[in-house]
Design a protein around this ligand. Structure first.
Ligand code: UDX
Length: 444
């Protein structure tokens, strides 16, 4: 690493830039500052830069605001790429790479960054580090583009993120591994040095392999979820209890207990997008990734299974009042991207049901689901309902006083879409109760 930090005072940290102060960029920048590096974050959104400079974090991520305040003196927010390049040597790219209609990734923001780097005069001091998830092969194409633009001295590495929303700080500071792909080992060495204070396992590899680790990991985790969801569905048929089955499977070290929780399907900004992108990527290169096709289909069907369970008990959904409890794609986030609640709400409305909903932080599902009646409490959503569906296992919903709520419902039916409620207590409280892959009578 360069000995001259340019920070004036003796400073052991590196000089880092982060382009894009969105979710990934902000977490990366703040965490790197907490490791002792000087970090300049650049965003094109003027209002966002102003908010950040005022110490205000525009996203919901536990612990981020406090960590940012703690390391404020090593953080700078700017709109100027020139300022970022002047002040930094290792430059993370953390801009959006949303899916296009074909399922490919939209790399227009990355290309805009290359235009700007060329115009601003990036040089051999700089190493670009791709944090955003990009299709395998992107790094090689960008390397060629940099060379063609006369930026052959600028380094390029791939360093994928593995951050879970709601636990992003811990995921960054205590990672299972840090993956670094490079074209020149000296560039990878500089990136590796940034992470040295973590003492985490560091894997060095080629750029395409690093890009692939990200997709393969997310696709594997999604496969685990679809797999346990199918096991759950079979358990319902044969009278086995999926939670016990998952526990028994997880004790095998080769399988492990994580990501074996059955439910109403996976959602969020990463899994659905990345699984589809990997399937697409394989398809584009002539390989039909059959397994992923099934993983996606199982997930779609899983979101809809609740509808049949409701019909089994209520006969019809026409005119029935159904309460959805939890709307975010998982607890502790305000994110509803690809959330199972969206599909469930739309299906219920299409069946003629009257849909009520409650979420501790999400207070609307947008215009297309304007028919959903949002309540400010779970009790309010459940009052007069013919059924309640637990969609997201927020702690406050799980810990509701279910006995007290029951008399207010039109029929005491609860479908637990996350196996988060205790079946015996629900039956004792007088509910007709179903979970996923477990038969309440057998649990008594
Ligand atoms: C995920 C990856 O975990 C992370 O490494 C990657 O960088 C981004 O995508 P995130 O989208 O924040 O992170 O959510 P995660 O906690 O992994 O959950 C994803 C979805 O799977 C949620 O809808 C969750 O409810 C569901 N899930 C998870 C299950 O249904 N069962 C499980 O056992 C685990």
């Amino acid at each position: 690493m360069s000995a001259d930090t340019g920070a004036g005072e003796a400073d052991a940290g590196a000089r880092v830039g982060v382009i894009g102060a969105g979710y990934v960029g902000l977490v990366t920048g703040v965490c790197l500052a907490s490791l002792g590096h000087r970090v300049v974050l650049r965003d094109i959104d003027e209002a966002k830069v102003e908010r950040l400079n005022a110490g205000d974090v525009p996203i919901y991520e536990p612990g981020l605001e406090a960590l940012m305040a703690e390391h404020r003196e090593r953080l700078e927010f700017t709109e100027s790429l020139k300022r970022l390049l002047d002040a930094s040597e290792i430059v993370f790219i953390a801009v959006d790479t949303p899916p296009t209609y074909s399922g490919d990734a939209d790399l227009s923001r990355v290309h805009r960054v290359l235009d700007e780097l060329q115009a601003t005069g990036a040089d051999a001091r700089h190493v670009l580090v791709m944090k955003s998830t990009v299709p395998v092969g992107t790094g090689e194409r960008l390397r060629a583009e940099l060379d063609a633009r006369g930026l052959d001295g600028v380094g390029y590495c791939s360093n994928p993120e593995f951050l879970k929303e709601g636990a992003a700080i811990a995921d960054f500071l205590e990672p299972d591994r840090v993956v670094i792909g490079d074209f020149r080992p000296e560039d990878g060495d500089r990136v590796e040095a940034l992470y040295a204070p973590l003492g985490a396992p560091i894997m060095r590899t080629s750029v395409p392999s690093a890009e692939m680790v990200k997709y393969a990991s997310n696709a594997f985790l999604a496969t685990k979820i679809s797999f346990i969801n199918e096991i759950a569905n079979v358990c319902e048929e044969v009278g086995a209890d999926v939670d016990v089955v998952a526990e028994g499977m997880g004790l095998d070290k080769r399988i492990g207990p994580a990501f074996l929780r059955p439910g109403v399907g996976f959602g969020g900004s990463c899994f659905p997008k990345d699984v589809a992108a990997l399937k697409q990527l394989a398809g584009n290169s002539g390989y039909h990734f059959q397994l992923l096709t099934s993983v996606i289909e199982v997930n779609e069907l899983q979101k809809r299974r609740v509808i049949n369970k409701l019909k089994k008990h209520l006969e019809t959904l026409e005119g029935r009042r159904i309460a959805l409890l939890g709307l975010a794609f998982k607890p502790d986030t305000d994110d509803i991207r690809e959330a199972s609640s969206l599909v469930l709400a739309a299906r219920l409305l299409a069946e003629g049901a009257h849909v009520t909903a409650y979420d501790p932080v999400v207070n609307g599902l947008g215009e297309r689901l304007a028919g959903v009646e949002i309540h400010s409490s779970a009790e309010g959503a459940l009052a007069g309902a013919h059924a309640g569906v637990l969609v997201t296992e927020w702690r406050s919903i799980v810990e509701l006083d279910w006995s007290a709520v029951r008399p207010s419902m039109a029929t005491p039916l609860v479908i637990d879409g996350r196996n988060a409620l205790d079946p015996a207590s629900m039956l004792d409280a007088g509910y007709v109760f179903e979970g996923v892959g477990r038969l309440p009578e057998a649990l008594r």
